[in-house]
Design a protein around this ligand. Structure first.
Ligand code: SF4
Length: 689
């Protein structure tokens, strides 16, 4: 996975959390082809259509190549030099702080930025802005993973390598669709299923792995959206009630007092199969069969996605999943584990790097005096001990008039965050928004400064995939805008009056390693030698850690936690009688800013609404009709597709295109612990137009 020649450069895919190693074939200063690296540890020579054609957008005419500024968002854009644009932004930010206080500005960073870029933005906010108002778009996808896995296991990370699935005997997929969202992992999983491993799918929709020409799950628990926790507790109920739990594992590895409490809760009649079946809509005998299979079937591995996290009980469900894995002894060896499949290439990394308002790099709380002192000494400034604002709190504060300036690197909040109208009103209420991106995105409509971002082909740095694997991103060509994203952040810090200087991203990684115990052994030199490294990588594990929690949980004893089902506030009514849930398709990636500018658009030119034949017939809708969809938040229009993949009462769409803009419809409801939006449950009405 290492080494490079003049015209073949090894780098890492900039899309999903599989983090495939790719080889860019370069002629002159242009990429002419991209193919999978057979020595790539995450992908072993495979790639999907997204990664193969990823380079297509790098030279798209829509790319921003010059900084631009304007006083008001109604003014036309004016080209500016980098120095002018950065000074313009810094002056505005300083004026805002002078008028409204130090906490009136903040920064957002993306799970598509490199580790080094993420680290630098949080350093800019904490050291140069002087507050903790930094957040990452992981807020809206996997923040509940951080909460749930930290509380139960002691660290926020998937426990396995991808290869580990080849040792699994039973795989449980919960709220995840790997053949579309994580295709290279999806193929490996299919291979394992064909070899004889059993498969349980927990999903409101019939994903390909649940039932297709080549694969049929042993159990498809087609639950109602919003009832995940009820389902997890009913699976646990069978396992405990029938004595199928791993007593030896629990006695040795887990807190016995917490287990006893949890066991009592799970056996409570309110968690009985019958009670829970009434909530989930899944027949009790199916749940019983799936629970027995998972507990008795050998190595049991759980993989989950945003169908778990993007709920009002996202964090509760991550805890419930951890409970299931501990109860069945499925932690700490190959073939088992709890594995969040991350949607973006560097979700894991942006969280690891401290791009959360409450945590410094390495998941250490800002209120920890000793940890803060280490950073204060290294950075030469005093740091705030109170957590800063999360993304939705920034919007609320904008309405209150206490939050006025935002540096936004690589995230299109106006398209990707829920309840678009609410987000746009908050952005309008701010006085200076700096957008650093590849394209004039939806958020840029509200910006005062535009900085041209660098594509992954124009960066040196690292990404960390869903198996904690740190891989190099290598610069294939010069940044179209002249500077890398890390250089822009550095310039802004200096213009704000906080001196920052690095000659190369490798120096940023050296600083990360010096300040973060789990990264202590990571360096670009070691990445050259090993190709990639899975953290923790330090004196105890100089070559990294493929499987976590082997000799005990990171927190010591594994902690069972009561995870009670509480219904979401998002209710269906006569006015909004259907539930909308959302997901991805193979050929497009997230809000589509990149894939819509590649040849992939031919395969999925628009988002479609999937609707069950009964619901369609009731409304006089036939395949291909234009339909209107309305929620309490807003309305949009898209084409309908009649599909028995859906259950009656539930409709589904993807969220890749701004034309239909799925987030015009989604609401402000969010996870109780982390504010991760409840994208997966929205009460709607669908009408023929
Ligand atoms: Fe690999 Fe994901 Fe990129 Fe596809 S999108 S090539 S699976 S990293």
């Amino acid at each position: 996975e290492h080494g490079q020649t003049d015209d073949h450069i090894v780098t890492t895919c900039a899309y999903c959390g599989v983090g495939c190693s790719l080889i860019a074939e370069v002629k002159g200063d242009q990429v002419v082809n991209m193919f999978p690296n057979k020595n790539g540890h995450a992908n072993h020579g495979h790639a999907c259509v997204k990664g193969r054609f990823a380079w297509g957008y790098a030279n798209h005419p829509d790319r921003l190549t010059k900084p631009m500024i304007r006083e008001k968002i109604t003014d036309p854009w004016q080209e500016a030099s980098w120095e002018e644009a950065i000074q313009f932004a810094a002056d505005k930010f300083k004026a805002i702080q002078a008028k409204y206080g130090k906490n009136a500005i903040g920064g957002l960073v993306s799970s598509r930025c490199t580790n080094e870029e993420d680290y630098l933005v949080q350093k800019l906010v904490r050291a140069a802005f002087g507050n903790n108002n930094v957040d990452t778009c992981a807020r809206v996808c996997h923040s509940p993973t951080g909460y749930g896995l930290s509380a139960t296991f002691g660290t926020s990370a998937g426990t396995q390598t991808f290869d580990s699935v080849m040792d699994a005997d039973v795989v449980m997929l919960i709220g995840v669709n790997p053949t579309d969202g994580h295709p290279v992992f999806g193929s490996r999983l299919k291979r394992r299923i064909r070899q004889g491993a059993k498969l349980i799918v927990v999903d409101p929709r019939e994903i390909n792995l649940a039932n297709s020409a080549h694969i049929k799950a042993d159990f498809h628990l087609k639950l109602r959206p919003g009832t995940n926790v009820a389902m997890a507790n009913s699976l646990a109920h069978v396992i405990i009630n029938e004595g199928l739990y791993d007593e030896a594992f629990i006695n040795e590895r887990c807190d016995s007092h917490e287990f006893a409490k949890w066991k009592g809760f799970i056996l409570d009649p309110r968690n009985s199969l019958e009670e829970m079946a009434a909530i989930t809509g899944v027949p009790a005998e199916l749940v019983r069969g799936a629970a027995r299979l998972f507990a008795n079937g050998g190595n049991g591995a759980i993989y989950y996605g945003l169908g778990v996290t993007e709920h009002s009980q996202g964090s509760t469900m991550v805890i419930a999943i951890a409970n299931l894995a501990m109860a069945t002894g499925n932690i700490g060896r190959p073939g088992v584990g709890v594995n969040p499949l991350r949607g973006q290439n560097n979700v894991q990394g942006s969280c690891d790097m401290g791009a959360f308002p409450h945590e410094l790099p390495g998941y250490r709380h800002v209120s920890n005096d000793a940890v803060r002192a280490t950073f204060e000494q290294a950075w030469g400034v005093a740091l705030q001990s109170e957590p800063g604002l999360r993304i939705p709190n920034m919007f609320e504060a904008a309405f209150d008039g206490t939050f006025k300036g935002l540096y936004c690197q690589g995230e299109d909040i106006a398209q990707s965050d829920p309840n678009t109208q609410h987000v746009e009103a908050a952005l309008r209420a701010m006085e200076c928004i700096v957008v650093q991106d590849l394209f004039l995105n939806e958020t840029a409509k509200f910006a005062h400064v535009l900085l041209s971002g660098a594509s992954f082909l124009e960066k040196d740095g690292t990404f960390t995939n869903a198996e904690r694997r740190i891989s190099r991103v290598r610069k294939v060509k010069a940044p179209l805008g002249g500077y890398g994203d890390w250089e822009a952040t550095m310039m802004l810090a200096n213009a704000m009056g906080y001196p920052m200087h690095y000659d190369h991203p490798s120096q940023i990684m050296d600083e990360i390693a010096a300040l973060t115990p789990t990264f202590k052994g990571v360096s670009y030199q070691k990445l050259e030698e090993m190709g990639s490294i899975q953290w923790p990588c330090n004196d105890d594990a100089p070559e990294g850690t493929p499987t976590m929690h082997i000799d005990g949980f990171v927190r010591g004893k594994g902690r069972f936690m009561t995870a009670e089902y509480v219904a979401t506030d998002e209710k269906i009514t006569r006015r909004f009688p259907l539930i909308l849930t959302t997901g991805r398709i193979l050929s497009q990636y997230n809000v589509g800013a990149q894939t819509r500018r590649t040849k992939n658009t031919a395969w999925h030119p628009e988002d479609i609404l999937e609707i069950h034949p009964h619901d369609a017939e009731e409304r006089g809708i036939v395949d291909g009709d234009w339909v209107g969809i309305q929620s309490r938040a807003g309305e949009t229009v898209l084409h309908a597709q009649i599909s028995t993949r859906m259950q009656p009462g539930v409709v589904y769409t993807t969220f890749h295109h701004p034309f239909s803009g799925a987030n015009v419809i989604t609401t402000d409801n969010s996870d109780w612990a982390t504010n991760c939006p409840e994208y997966k449950v929205t009460a709607v009405q669908v009408v023929k137009v």
